[in-house]
Design a protein around this ligand. Structure first.
Ligand code: SF4
Length: 766
């Protein structure tokens, strides 16, 4: 029996809707943190973990990539979602072989994603044989032998896919890419392909580095902060503390987003008595409620206003910076001069006076930061979105000086580090040259497949083995049914994981689950405790040391899994001392230092409390582009051709969620409790469709003449712009076509999906 790839439908009548929360964090956040921690871990374990998370001698939060302060750290240096992530990993529940004997794969697939995670930590490697209904335990050696045999039986190494999740440490990621390249392929898709690939592409083309240019200290000095397509209250909660400090230092904060998210309205600092009991701090001075997918028009409006004012003699442009450090200004200014205001307003849905107000904030600020998240990066024109932000910063010279710069806020805790140490399907020749020289082999030069390419290759039967170092590929990717077919066509699917997830249930002919240590756990190799390293959103590399005993004696660390897999698969074809590297992570860091120039004295510097900053030339106004200058770019306005009745859907995450991990079926910031299958609609759009609150609807997406369906969602009237809608990821992923991707970055465009909604056969309540 084939397991269902989609999360099960819910009893919509169990969903309760309340008003959205008016403030983020506060007592509600503290209570939620402790409720999750105590339920999953008990008192002693909670104390041990929560006093270690994000401490200089502790472990790095498994969740988002927001940085920790360089200086003094609080006793409780975590947010509600950090507590949930730790509780999720450090739970005392166990998914043992007995559990897998009790539940068939099909029965497990009937559970929700939350229920699957609640089964607990995996304790043994598990094997699903061809045609079997249940997973069974397997010895580690046998598991590696199965994978090695499948890999070595392939006609070409390019028939294997090696995926990486952003939780993977620098050490595991470096070993992994070395193994994969010695095996003979660059097929190294990663979760970056699905989140900030568009940022990397946009920034590399315009400022010569694919990363952000600011640090936490810059936020202390900023006079203006723009936050676009990002929901920090849910996805990077400690950013709210940073914004609160910036606000107290006098910064003006402007939010740009279709939804008025709670975290941008008001923040109740849980580490201050007044924060808990008082009204909290207003975060955004004002919000620009842009329509889904039209940010380019809004940014062009701000740029146009700045250029017009400068032409009137108001000196709103930094002409010295533009003349000395940039290319392409004339073409950009010409394009904005020609585009009529009416078009910008009609495209974005933002009134001209609001764009001028934002331009005024930009014009008055000498130190401006713009932050963004997946609300900008997951669009067909995502690269253009980000390059329009770059344009604004170049107009005002707001880059490469204290308090100013660009800040793509990364999602998963080491997604940036994994790319830095070599997880990339399109590696630079210089990197491959050094890797080959240090390890005495000839790395493959042909580009590999990214995430979308990997899905298509598996679907077409051109890739037959899928190996995932972490993650929940099935739920993280778009077009769920298509991805499920792709995975089912593999000969082998294997996942390195800490807990059961849906990707374990939609499998190739054979499947393996390889349980690994969590980041909160002590990692002892050859009698010595090891630490791993990660790189956060602001290019700081830091050490992470686990504090708990492992969930099971049968777990291996990720570096150990990679090393044993490499030894089994490559045998005498590899001259790498895999066991030696996996036995002492200092040796892996030594190897990274030899291959990647910016890691000199890696072992020494990462032992300094708080770690070290990687170099970022754009921070010093050195732009490593072809001309040595930062580049203005010109982009077309987004044009959505909707037929009557169609809406633009954006996928969003709930507050009780981190990426594919569902901590609870609720979202208290948006007032949704007891379920997740909801669609947020503007009340006028509901009226137009004769839909009442609580009506059950089916959603259909329309792309390239194809339709995709997501059934049985409950309508929630919400403050979204007219013509727009929102539903939760991953439930709505089934609507996102795999070929709906960002130009230039190939990132799945999970925002601005053209949909229609119609009444489902059943109504929730009459
Ligand atoms: S802000 Fe992000 S990294 Fe920090 S504790 Fe919260 S979830 Fe973890």
């Amino acid at each position: 029996m084939t397991a269902n790839a989609l999360p099960p439908e819910e009893d919509l009548s169990a969903i309760e809707i309340s008003d959205p929360a008016s403030a983020a964090a506060g007592i509600g956040g503290v209570l939620a943190s402790f409720r999750h921690a105590l339920t999953e871990m008990g008192v002693r374990r909670s104390l041990k973990t929560l006093t270690s998370i994000n401490q200089k001698d502790g472990y790095d939060c498994q969740s988002c990539a927001w940085p920790d302060p360089d200086g003094e750290r609080h006793f409780a240096e975590f947010c509600e979602n950090g507590a949930k992530a730790t509780a999720w990993e450090a739970t005392t529940r166990r998914a043992t072989p007995e559990l897998f004997a009790r539940y068939s794969v099909a029965e497990l697939a009937a559970m929700s994603d939350h229920q699957l995670g609640e089964l607990g930590r995996l304790t043994h490697p598990m094997l699903l044989r061809p045609g079997a209904t249940h997973y069974e335990p397997v010895a580690w050696d046998d598991a590696f032998a199965i994978i090695g045999a499948e890999l070595n039986a392939l006609v070409s190494p390019n028939e294997a896919i090696f995926y990486t999740s952003g939780r993977t440490s620098n050490e595991a990621a470096f070993l992994y890419q070395l193994f994969v390249r010695q095996f003979g392929t660059n097929n190294l898709p990663d979760c970056s392909n699905m989140c900030h690939e568009s940022s990397g592409t946009a920034l590399m083309e315009t400022i010569g580095v694919g990363k952000g240019t600011v640090t936490l200290e810059d936020f202390e000095q900023a006079q203006a902060i723009f936050i676009a397509g990002q929901n920090p209250g849910t996805n990077h909660p400690r950013m709210l503390s940073t914004l609160q400090r910036a606000k107290r230092n006098g910064a003006t904060i402007v939010g740009i987003n279709p939804l008025a998210e709670t975290g941008l309205k008001r923040f109740k600092q849980p580490q201050e008595v007044l924060g808990l009991l008082g009204r909290g701090t207003e975060i955004a001075d004002f919000l620009l409620r842009v329509r889904v997918g039209t940010d380019v028009a809004l940014f062009q409006g701000i740029g146009k206003a700045l250029i017009e004012r400068d032409a009137r003699g108001e000196k709103t442009l930094d002409c010295d910076f533009i003349a000395g450090s940039t290319d392409g200004f004339d073409a950009y200014a010409r394009a904005l001069t020609r585009v009529p205001w009416e078009m910008l307003v009609a495209a974005s849905g933002v009134p001209q006076e609001d764009m001028r107000r934002a331009a005024d904030v930009f014009a008055r600020s000498e130190r401006t930061i713009t932050c963004w998240g997946m609300g900008l990066t997951q669009h067909v024109n995502a690269v253009a979105n980000i390059q329009e932000i770059v344009n604004l910063h170049l107009l005002r010279g707001q880059i490469g000086k204290p308090g100013a710069g660009l800040c793509p806020v990364r999602g998963h805790s080491n997604v940036q580090g994994d790319r830095t140490v070599g997880i990339w399907e399109r590696p630079r020749p210089e990197f491959l040259d050094r890797l080959g020289a240090v390890f005495d082999f000839t790395p493959p030069r042909d580009h590999g497949v990214d995430t979308v390419g990997a899905i298509r290759a598996m679907h077409a039967g051109a890739a037959k083995v899928f190996f995932a170092l972490g993650g929940n590929f099935l739920q993280a990717t778009p077009d769920t049914e298509y991805v499920a077919t792709a995975l089912r066509r593999c000969r082998l699917t294997a996942h390195v994981s800490i807990k059961p997830n849906r990707a374990h249930l939609v499998t190739g002919e054979r499947a393996l689950i390889l349980p690994c240590l969590g980041r909160s756990e002590r990692d002892v190799q050859v009698g010595r405790q090891q630490f791993v390293t990660t790189e956060n959103s602001m290019t700081i590399v830091q050490a992470s040391r686990g504090v708990l005993e492992p969930a099971s004696a049968h777990l291996l660390s990720e570096p150990a899994i990679v090393a044993r897999l490499a030894r089994t698969t490559l045998g005498s074809r590899s001259g790498v001392a895999w066991e030696e590297l996996a036995g002492d992570y200092d040796r892996i860091r030594d190897a990274i230092e030899r291959v990647i120039p910016s890691f000199e004295r890696y072992n020494e510097r990462v032992r300094a409390p708080g770690g070290f900053h990687l170099p970022n030339p754009a921070r010093e106004r050195r732009f490593l582009t072809a001309t040595g200058k930062a580049r203005f770019t010109v982009h077309a306005l987004p044009a959505f051709r909707l037929t009557p009745g169609q809406l633009l859907l954006t996928t969003v995450r709930a507050h009780d969620q981190f990426n594919t991990t569902i901590y609870a079926p609720s979202d208290r910031y948006r007032g949704v409790h007891g379920g997740r299958r909801v669609i947020f609609l503007h009340p006028d759009d509901m009226r137009e469709r004769d839909l009442a609150a609580e009506t059950a609807v089916d959603i259909t997406s329309h792309h390239g003449g194809e339709e995709r369906h997501a059934r049985n969602f409950r309508v929630v009237p919400y403050d979204v712009p007219r013509g727009c809608a929102a539903a939760y990821f991953p439930e709505a992923n089934v609507l996102v076509p795999h070929d709906h991707v960002a130009a230039g970055s190939n990132t799945p465009a999970s925002k601005a999906i053209v949909i229609t909604v119609r009444r489902a056969t059943a109504t929730v309540r009459s």
